[in-house]
Design a protein around this ligand. Structure first.
Ligand code: TUI
Length: 310
């Protein structure tokens, strides 16, 4: 089995999360230039937006980068073609099953890495030709599944032969080491990259991440089939109160419509959806992407020694 660095052409076995509205060419190029795999997050953007970002990213890095396709997007079928036309090396997918696109991507020589929240989906993806899977725990920010990282990684690692990349709750060397101890061959991080100089989000968003404490995330939309983890604010609390009172979905959607953009672009503390994972409480400062990525791996030896009592 190829290791993750061989599969992705990276120095560090790390993928950046596909963060919708956040993961632009600028962030992706910074991550790839730091030796990991940067991703452009297609989110809800049009196929032409994605094509432009891919072209920008190619100018900003000569290292491999990928595109994350959010499968709930109405533009996903067109974006699936754009990644082939633009010669993108790696595609990750989220919020659904990429089965219908798999054959065309494989034919184009694209490395395909679906993000999965369960063993069943991981097995299905392996059968359909995925090169690896990202097993994402419910600690993650954004749209999440039910299982924790601790529970999902060993179970998916045992169920498939392709490499498993762990996501959810990882922001330092201890998290990386724990993920590898559970059977992962790589990690994906999102939250810790929000607090970077290169991350193109409103400063209020970065401040909210670095000031968050352990209990500051909540999950909205549990009843809708698309639960989303965000940092607590007026909007999130109001949403949870209204949904517990049985207020219909259409009313709730008025709160969430455009709320990610209000967080990312306007830094609106009251009405934005500040998607972030539970590990935000561990993220205390804004650093460069390079510092964050090297800090996740460099010095991991020290932690291994501390485990030697076992
Ligand atoms: O996709 C994510 N995280 C995201 S997507 C996103 S944009 C968004 N905004 C508001 C509402 C919904 C989406 C923000 N964060 N992570 C990967 C992920 N994929 N988490 C869970 C899943 C998933 C869920 C069900 C993957 C496959 C799946 O399969 C169902 C099926 O078709 O079998």
């Amino acid at each position: 089995m190829k290791n993750i660095n061989e599969l992705l052409g990276t120095t560090y076995p790390l993928i950046q999360g596909g963060m919708a509205n956040v993961a632009t060419a600028e962030l992706a190029a910074a991550v790839s230039n730091a030796g990991a795999l940067g991703l452009i997050g297609a989110g809800g953007y049009s196929a032409e937006w994605v094509r432009e970002e891919i072209r920008k990213c190619k100018k900003m890095t000569d290292k491999p980068f990928g595109v994350n396709i959010m499968l709930m997007s109405p533009h996903a079928p067109e974006i699936a073609k754009v990644v082939i036309e633009e010669g993108v090396k790696v595609v990750t997918t989220g919020a659904g099953s990429p089965g219908i696109y798999m054959e065309s991507w494989k034919k184009a020589g694209i490395v395909v890495i679906p993000v999965v929240p369960s063993v069943a989906l991981a097995i299905r993806m392996e059968r359909q030709g995925a090169d690896a899977v990202v097993a994402e725990g419910t600690e993650s920010g954004g749209h999440i599944g039910e299982l924790t990282t601790m529970a999902i990684i060993p179970q998916i690692s045992d169920a498939v032969k392709i490499p498993v990349i762990a996501a959810g709750g990882i922001a330092d060397q201890r998290g990386v080491l724990a993920a590898f101890a559970l059977g992962a061959k790589g990690v994906q991080v999102g939250t810790v990259l929000l607090a970077t100089k290169e991350c193109p989000i409103h400063d209020n968003y970065k401040q909210k991440v670095i000031h968050a404490k352990d209990t500051d995330t909540v999950v909205t939309g549990r009843g809708t089939g698309a639960p989303v983890r965000v940092l607590k604010n007026k909007m999130a609390i109001e949403y949870i109160r209204m949904s517990s009172e049985g207020i219909p979905l259409e009313e709730l959607e008025k709160l969430t419509l455009g709320s990610l953009r209000r967080a990312v672009f306007d830094g609106n503390m009251d009405t934005g959806s500040f998607m972030a994972g539970q590990i935000a409480g561990l993220v205390k400062e804004i650093r460069s992407v390079k510092e964050v990525i090297s800090s996740l791996f460099d010095g991991v030896e020290q932690y291994k020694k501390e485990l030697s009592v076992l």
